[in-house]
Design a protein around this ligand. Structure first.
Ligand SMILES: [Zn+2]
Length: 278
């Protein structure tokens, strides 16, 4: 009997959540109400997010993810298929490098041109040839130099992602720039003393001030473990449920370009392989 009641309660909850799934209408900006969340994921663990219970939740809530993919050339057919499904379902595919190298270390002994030809151009070309619309980049290890930032922002990408331990709030029509999401992986919470209460407070501030708050992570796991590069699914769900309760919307970085009336950016980047030769 108890199991039956629990099942009824769970399915009622699921129907309620499914009915909340609403697409963003860019023509009606909801009276200027834009408060929301951008959720970035780095690396290539796309299977974690496509796992049935995880993806069902993400889709039923209308959550938008921006997946920064690295080492595309070594990914399996299955992983590439999931990436295509993500893009078709309205999530964004961004870029996280061909070999996932430490940019600053590389540039200590080499040139920007060599970096571009080794780390940026090869897989970017592969991914674009596979129909992926890439216009944003995340630095592996958050390692970068100001000179490289300006080359990548001028010739390759619209947004560039670095990590941050402080909240970063985005408002409409901010200059094209580097974004700084806060990590939600368990490892960083220990390392940087980030608590669930901190995160909920940041969501409250964004909701109150009509701003967009950004988060990021690497993996999604059902089993809680400390000190891993993964977000515990129960925690992810709690944060997302709380955001929805506060009336927050979910955006990809491409959605922000649309909100900023820069719809062409995504298309313009599509065929631009941006090879630089010196
Ligand atoms: Zn990475």
């Amino acid at each position: 009997m108890r199991t039956k009641l629990l099942l009824i309660a769970l399915s009622a909850g699921f129907i309620f959540i499914a009915s909340c799934n609403k697409r963003i209408d860019y023509n009606q900006k909801d009276n200027g109400k834009i408060a929301g969340i951008v959720f970035c994921i780095d690396d290539y663990y796309v299977g974690d997010f496509y796992k049935a219970n995880h993806y069902r939740y993400i889709q039923s809530m209308g959550i938008k993810m921006t997946y920064f993919i690295t080492k595309y050339h070594i990914l399996s057919k299955g992983q590439k298929r999931i990436i295509k499904i993500f893009q078709a379902d309205g999530h964004e595919i961004g870029y996280h490098g061909t070999h996932h190298i430490h940019a600053k270390d590389f540039l200590d002994t080499s040139t920007i041109t060599k970096y571009l030809n080794y780390e940026i151009n090869p897989d970017l070309k592969l991914m674009r040839n596979d129909g992926l619309l890439i216009s944003d980049f995340s630095y592996p290890y958050g390692s970068h130099t100001p000179q490289l930032d300006s080359v990548l922002l001028n010739k390759y990408f619209y947004f560039i992602k670095l990590g941050s331990t402080k909240p970063y709030f985005y408002t409409l029509n901010m200059p094209r720039e580097i974004i700084h999401p806060i990590p939600l992986d368990e490892r960083y919470w220990i390392k940087y003393h980030i608590s669930l209460q901190n995160i909920l407070n940041y969501i409250d501030s964004a909701a109150r001030q009509n701003k967009i708050i950004m988060f990021y992570g690497h993996r999604l796991t059902d089993n809680y473990r400390t000190n891993v590069n993964a977000i515990w699914f129960d925690k992810f769900r709690l944060i997302m449920d709380y955001s929805k309760e506060k009336g927050m919307k979910f955006y990809t970085l491409n959605d922000l370009k649309k909100l900023d009336n820069k719809k062409n950016i995504i298309l313009n980047y599509k065929n631009d392989t941006a090879d630089i030769e010196e």
